[in-house]
Design a protein around this ligand. Structure first.
Ligand SMILES: [Ca+2]
Length: 423
């Protein structure tokens, strides 16, 4: 059994050596295994227990050959039968192979003085293994440094791209004054239409002596063009139930229903050496049309609650602004809303036998130049449920068979006139 132990040690060492050469073994496992084998070998190799003891004429070469075979049970049997004919053993494999194996084995660990050389070999392999591990660690370190460099470069690129994106966004969203197209739609029509025909749509205007520009819808085809739309009601989808500040600033959607805003209208009609015509276009529920026109239209500033001033009337819908009596006259009336009451009902008005305090609240909380209510209010909703009994778009001088026409759409627009007729 000692022989088998030595043979096994030889075989294992050689196997480990071959695996190390092939690079298929884990260095850590190999080292541990080698150390374990060394311990086993040293434990079995006492000074009185040499390779040649007890086994007589069994040669080291034979042990090496047998050692190759110890991984099989048959090899064990061969070792335990040392008297077996060596020539018969050799004849069991080709002579060339046998010679090669003999040569290789002689150069192997087991062909030298075993205990001393084995330790030397193990020390040598350990050193080479350590060197390999160091080389691998150095290689990994270089790889990590290379990857770190790549990551840093990518981070720098990402940072540069982010900075550029932020800069671009800042440029896009930063405030840039947009040049206005003109002082009002009439001015735009005169200056731009001389070059080429311009369409109706939204334009940027900046009236004279105002420090801000704003958008307005310009009708460039209707009645010679150059009309600045200041109010439009068509479908009742925009809520005109608004408070004072909304009527001052304006609201709605310029291409559709909207109120341009009293402050903007004031800045337009207050320009020097200009006079404006107000044109009101009405559409009834049965699609008949009518209009009312006033030359020399203007309004006062906010300190006077945007009091309206109207020139001479012309049209087919009647002068509802002035009505049929002084009590109904809205010319020179200040603007009123539900929260700013200038409607002339002080303290109360009687309307159709009912006493009321606010014309705006009575007429769906809309804003208008009320004077004891009056006959006009173009800001009412065309879709109110009680339209049959109380039309909420009021232009009560437009009548059919003595009854006020039910109005479904209206547009208010202003245009410069250059031969104003004094009122
Ligand atoms: Ca009142």
């Amino acid at each position: 059994m000692k022989l088998w132990g030595w043979s096994t040690s030889c075989s294992l060492v050689r196997s480990i050596f071959m695996q190390l050469q092939e690079g298929t073994a884990s260095y850590t496992i190999m080292i541990e295994f080698l150390l374990l084998t060394l311990l086993i070998s040293l434990g079995q190799t006492s000074p009185n227990n040499s390779l040649h003891a007890d086994e007589g004429n069994t040669t080291l070469s034979q042990l090496e050959i047998i050692g190759d075979e110890t991984q099989s049970a048959s090899a064990k049997a061969q070792i335990e039968l040392p008297t077996r004919d060596a020539s018969l053993e050799k004849c069991m494999m080709p002579c060339e192979l046998t010679a090669k194996l003999m040569k290789e084995e002689k150069q192997s660990l087991c062909s030298v003085s075993f205990s001393g050389n084995l330790q030397n070999s193990l020390v040598s392999y350990t050193r080479s293994t350590r060197k390999l591990i160091r080389d691998m660690m150095d290689e990994h370190q270089r790889s990590l440094e290379f990857l770190s460099t790549q990551v840093r470069e990518l981070m720098n690129k990402v940072q540069a791209i982010s900075t550029e994106a932020l800069r671009s966004n800042a440029e896009i969203f930063s405030f840039k004054p947009v040049p206005s197209h003109g002082r009002d739609c009439s001015d735009i029509k005169e200056t731009m239409d001389a070059i080429s025909k311009i369409p109706s749509g939204i334009y940027i205007i900046q009236p004279e002596d105002t420090d801000y520009a704003f958008e307005a819808f310009c009708e460039m085809d209707y009645m010679g063009g150059g009309w600045t739309v200041i109010q439009r009601r068509t479908d009742g989808l925009t809520d005109f139930k608004r408070v004072w500040i909304d009527y001052v600033d304006g609201f709605g959607h310029l291409p559709g229903e909207h109120w341009l805003g009293l402050r903007k209208v004031f800045s337009i009609v207050n320009q020097k050496n200009t006079h404006f015509q107000l044109h009101i276009a009405l559409v009834s529920q049965d699609d008949t049309t009518a209009y009312a026109s006033y030359d020399n239209f203007r309004i006062d500033d906010e300190t006077k609650f945007f009091t309206i001033h109207l020139g001479r009337y012309a049209g087919s819908a009647g002068d509802a602004f002035r009505g049929y009596s002084q009590e109904q006259n809205q010319d020179t009336a200040p603007f009123s809303t539900s929260d700013v009451d200038n409607d002339g009902c002080i303290p109360l008005c009687t309307f159709e036998g009912q006493a009321m305090e606010s014309c705006s609240i009575r007429q769906n909380h809309t804003g208008w130049w009320f004077n004891q209510c009056g006959l006009s209010n173009l800001n009412g909703s065309p879709l109110d449920s009680d339209l049959s009994s109380q039309p909420h778009i009021h232009w009560d001088t437009w009548t059919q068979n003595g009854v006020a026409v039910k109005i479904k759409a209206v547009t208010m627009k202003i245009k410069r006139i250059y031969s104003p007729v004094s009122n």
